[in-house]
Design a protein around this ligand. Structure first.
Ligand SMILES: Cc1cc2nc3c(=O)[nH]c(=O)nc-3n(C[C@H](O)[C@H](O)[C@H](O)COP(=O)(O)O)c2cc1C
Length: 164
């Protein structure tokens, strides 16, 4: 039986919810999926593929997640890897932020090149001050919760196709 790891970092649980959903979509009789907070991952020896997810804060992929990839790069290079980020601004904000987020993903991809990167919408708990919304390019009427599973379904299909 093949084993996959989904290692995630989260502050307010949206990344964890996506990780759990990906597990539900992938899990089958032939495939066992572990979902683990990346700070608790002991080793990567037993996995046939690794999925790593974390939110964007400060227009960059979370630092703990980057450190995890740095620390485990030798093992990660031996298996297919898939990254995903969760962001409030990527799809709904100004282009310059989108570029900055992609740049941070490029940096990590240079450490260990993933087979694919999923770009998912996140949620925030309360409205940002108007001047920050303006700076980010977020429209006033944007809902707090932008989580959407369509792109996650695509991500799961890409994983399934890649590992067929
Ligand atoms: C303090 C703070 C800073 C954030 N900074 C960014 C950011 O720079 N860019 C962005 O796209 N989203 C930003 N977000 C939105 C998060 O990416 C979003 O809330 C995400 O769903 C959080 O994931 P988590 O619930 O797994 O922690 C920020 C949210 C907070 C609370």
């Amino acid at each position: 039986m093949k084993k996959f790891l989904i290692a995630y970092f989260t502050k307010t649980n949206s990344t964890k919810e996506y990780a759990q959903y990906i597990k539900e979509q992938l899990q089958s009789e032939e495939l066992n999926v572990d979902v683990v907070d990346l700070l608790s991952v002991k080793n990567l020896h037993n996995y046939d593929a690794v999925i790593i997810g974390a939110p964007i804060y400060g227009m960059r992929w979370n630092e703990e997640c980057v450190n995890f990839i740095k620390a485990n790069q030798i093992e990660l290079k031996k298996v297919p890897t898939f990254y995903f980020f969760v962001s409030y601004v990527y799809e709904n904000g100004r282009k310059m932020w989108r570029k900055m987020i992609l740049k941070s993903m490029d940096k990590v991809s240079k450490l260990v090149k993933p087979n694919f990167i999923g770009k998912f919408n996140g949620r925030i708990e309360k409205r940002m001050p108007r001047f920050i919304e303006f700076m980010f390019g977020i429209k006033k009427e944007t809902p707090l919760n932008l989580m959407n599973y369509d792109k996650v379904d695509e991500f799961v299909n890409i994983i399934k196709e890649t590992l067929k």
